[in-house]
Design a protein around this ligand. Structure first.
Ligand code: 26Q
Length: 793
């Protein structure tokens, strides 16, 4: 692919696809023209992948997920197809700002956080490995809300990524299914027949997902909801225009918005509709594909592996049984066996409030036949294994249903999988001791190192070649280089330049000046009590207080960077946001401490902002209460980009520490076991506060109005929580967090040693590639083989 051919292609799309004269083209026009030119290069390998899959009659993997947090697609597509440098040359040549064109693309924010981003990394790895796979989800018109701060408080605004043309997708009007809801179940000749009361159409929209070097491309198939009848013409003719448009509005509601809540389960009617809508459409689609080539549905488990991303698609179990038993006449027991042979379930949380349950009432109303089948599944299971019920207190427990219907159940880090066995799924695990397996999460090194951090990846490639991009464990070849002063200098230089870029962006977008030689200390993730952003801000307050006590001290300069959204209904999380912003405005305006300490909280954290922040981080904050963060994936991205972690023994932190070495990781806090014990100590928070005067003074600052213009009540809620119930043990972990933070300060001053530790983090993080994770799912869960690479570019 030459630069001139790419240029011709861009200009031709500008002219013939957009109808624009280069003289009058806007940034948007250029971006769309380039995207179409890039897309052209993906279509052939995409078709070829599909053909190869048919030829090989290969087993297919279907990843069902309510969320795919894919972010921007253009830069990734250019890098993966190997035309990034050509594209840059084309735009340099045209005298246009290439960076501005890339940044014009809106984020596809079809997810809340870790679970959705994991699905996106998995799709990319499935394509890089050449495993025939398809991601199934919902084409939300409005992705995760946009966050603004007004006077320090979070304000949510609707996100509207689809108002601009989404160039990456292909609409498939021919791939459409009718999905029913409600109604009654009748008996007909000994068979159950479900007659839904209403129905909508699920229509497919396909986006190709290209792997490294453009060798293979899989499909992300997202379902949009359409009405069966667009307009009620009778009502329209009678002049009742609003009522006439009602069927369309009702149907479209289903794929209208992403639920912006990632922990508290809310029993919303529409959410269950969304879950059934995309699950039922996906199952029908994959069965149609199977039946086009095979005639015996009993072979389904040999040809198809279905992965349920959490319980959100758990209705797949009863739905598959319904199709096989009610619609195809298979014996119930056989149908169960076939369904179980295909289905697998990934659990992403142990938080009891996040485990989905649906009331019998709602389930029976929306999915009457499924409720009957769930009862039957429950009874069948209890006959063989008494003591465990899927239904309890008038509710269906989706975790139990998923477990029982799954061939394999997996946790997302070693600790989390072990905890599943002794907590939420203890009884089921005792009955089915082989079912739970661990699959520690991973992240794609293409997006999360190669693309987002070109300086560091260039340096790595200079040192060891570019084999690491496809085989991340080869990053270990960097180890000998960490003793080479020249290499370390360049490593430090790359990090510093990333920090300068970020500093400029912070100055321009927020008006805060930061010192690029200060430590960039970053905590980016959803705002949650268990993730403990309030522990971080409390330590910031205590540090600021000590700096003011001792303004001639030799303090290590820090920029504390926060990023993250709170669920709109999560009051405490929103209080934490308000507190961080309030602390920021006091500290950033204090002339006494301004050369050492800044607090920066850019609004609207998303995938694109993560790509900007992670390459510039020195310190990664992974400080959840042990036992609460199932895995974390941001933690892996930071380590890969040469940031050191300050963290608890939670989720994948445990494994990161094992890989990078305990000397290159700042550990603090109670273990999961100690956490459980500590909670039984009466007055644990008060006890911790009374033993640590620093903590007492920081909590007091929340109560005396220091950060609230003298208002004593504004942060009383947080203060009372930390010193009272403190379920997440902020107070009890504070002293050790303070100790570890000061060790970090000391370590950062020894720049040579810090650089070595940082480089070792990069060299030893290759294991956290999602390629490793996907290979392991393929061999231990799916029994699916990578297909041969098709071509090399
Ligand atoms: C459920 C019911 C109703 C409404 C919303 C939900 C819902 C939505 C999203 C529940 C949970 C989620 C998302 C959970 C999530 O992102 N979990 C994270 O998954 C990551 C990938 O495995 C882990 O790394 C994180 O530790 C985990 O918190």
């Amino acid at each position: 692919m030459s630069t001139s051919a790419l240029k011709d292609s861009v200009l031709s799309h500008l002219k013939y696809s957009l109808g624009k004269d280069p003289e009058h083209a806007t940034t948007y026009d250029w971006r769309v023209a380039l995207s179409l030119a890039a897309r052209d290069r993906i279509v052939d390998p995409w078709f070829e992948s599909t053909r190869a899959t048919y030829r090989a009659d290969a087993k297919r993997v279907y990843y069902l997920s309510m969320e795919f947090l894919i972010g921007r697609l253009l830069e990734d597509a250019l890098v993966n197809t190997g035309v990034y440098d050509d594209a840059k040359a084309v735009f340099d040549d045209l005298g246009l700002n290439f960076g501005e064109i890339l940044h014009d693309e809106p984020d596809a924010a079809l997810g809340n956080g870790g679970l959705g981003r994991l699905a996106a990394c998995f799709l990319e790895s499935l394509s890089t490995l050449g495993i025939p796979a398809m991601g199934y989800g919902i084409r939300y018109e409005h992705g995760l809300f946009r966050q603004r701060f007004e006077g320090g408080r979070q304000v949510e605004e609707a996100e509207d990524w689809l108002t601009q043309e989404h160039v990456w997708e292909f609409e498939r009007p021919e791939a459409a299914f009718e999905i029913g809801f409600g109604g009654q179940v009748y008996e007909n000749g000994g068979r159950a027949v479900w007659r839904p009361q209403e129905a909508v159409i699920a229509q497919a929209f396909d986006t190709p997902v290209v792997g490294w070097k453009g060798e293979w491309a899989n499909t992300l198939r997202l379902w949009g909801a359409l009405p069966k009848t667009v307009l009620d013409l009778q009502r329209f003719n009678a002049g009742d225009y609003a009522a006439a448009a009602e069927p369309e509005a009702l149907a479209r509601t289903i794929s209208r918005v992403l639920y912006p809540d990632d922990t508290t389960e809310e029993g919303k009617h529409l959410r269950l509709k969304q879950e059934y809508f995309f699950t039922a459409a996906s199952l029908r689609d994959l069965i149609r594909r199977f039946e086009a080539e095979h005639d015996d549905l009993r072979d389904l488990p040999k040809r198809v592996a279905i992965q349920l991303n959490d319980t959100h698609p758990a209705i797949a179990g009863p739905e598959l049984v319904r199709i096989l038993h009610d619609e195809r006449g298979m014996e119930f027991e056989t149908a169960m066996e076939i369904a179980r042979g295909c289905l697998n379930y990934t659990n992403h949380t142990l938080l009891p409030e996040a485990l989905e349950r649906w009331s019998d009432g709602l389930m029976g109303y929306l999915l009457p036949r499924h409720l009957q089948l769930i009862e039957r599944i429950d009874t069948a299971h209890q006959t063989q294994h008494p003591g465990i019920a899927i239904r309890e207190h008038g509710e269906v427990k989706m975790g139990e249903l998923s477990f029982i219907m799954a061939n394999r159940v997996n946790g997302v880090s070693a600790l989390h999988s072990d905890l599943m066995k002794v907590t939420v799924f203890k009884d089921l695990h005792d009955m089915h001791p082989d079912r739970i397996v661990n699959q520690t999460n991973g992240v794609t090194p293409r997006r999360w190192l190669r693309t987002c951090n070109p300086r560091l990846s260039g340096l790595i490639t200079d040192a060891i070649g570019d084999g690491w991009i496809k085989d991340a464990e080869r990053l270990s070849e960097l180890e000998p280089h960490v003793n080479d002063a020249g290499f370390l200098d360049r490593f430090v230089q790359a990090k510093r330049e990333n920090k300068v870029d970020l500093g400029q962006w912070i100055a321009e977008s927020m008006g805060i000046s930061v010192d690029p030689d200060a430590m960039f200390d970053v905590q980016i993730k959803r705002i949650h009590e268990y993730k403990r952003q309030h522990l971080n801000i409390l330590e910031t307050i205590a540090l600021w207080q000590e700096m003011r006590d001792n303004p001639n001290g030799d303090w290590t300069p820090r920029v504390k960077i926060f990023g993250g959204k709170a669920a709109p209904g999560y009051v405490f999380a929103k209080e934490i946001i308000y507190l961080i912003n309030s602390v920021a405005s006091v500290i950033n305006n204090d002339p006494v401490t301004s050369k050492w300490l800044k607090v920066v909280y850019p609004a609207n954290y998303n995938v694109t902002l993560a790509e900007r922040l992670i390459p510039a981080a020195n310190l990664s904050e992974q400080i959840s209460t042990a036992g609460k963060e199932a895995s974390g994936t941001g933690n892996m991205k930071f380590a890969l980009n040469g940031a050191l972690t300050i963290g608890t023994l939670d989720g994948a932190n445990v494994e990161i520490r094992e890989h990078v070495g305990a000397d290159n990781f700042f550990l603090f806090g109670m273990t999961a076991e100690e956490v459980m014990e500590r909670r039984t100590v009466e007055g644990h928070a008060w006890d911790a506060i009374s033993k640590d005067p620093r903590l007492a003074r920081a909590v007091d600052a929340l109560r005396n109005g220091t950060f609230a213009g003298g208002d004593h009540d504004r942060f009383r809620g947080i203060a009372d929580n930390i010193s009272g119930p403190d379920y997440f043990l902020v107070a009890s972990d504070f002293s050790d967090y303070w100790r570890a933070s000061r060790e970090v300060d000391q370590a950062f001053r020894d720049t040579g040693h810090w650089a070595r530790m940082a480089a070792l983090n990069t060299a030893r993080s290759g294991w956290f590639s999602s390629d490793r994770t996907i290979r392991s799912y393929a061999s231990e869960i799916w029994d699916a083989l990578p297909s041969k690479p098709l071509r090399n570019i």
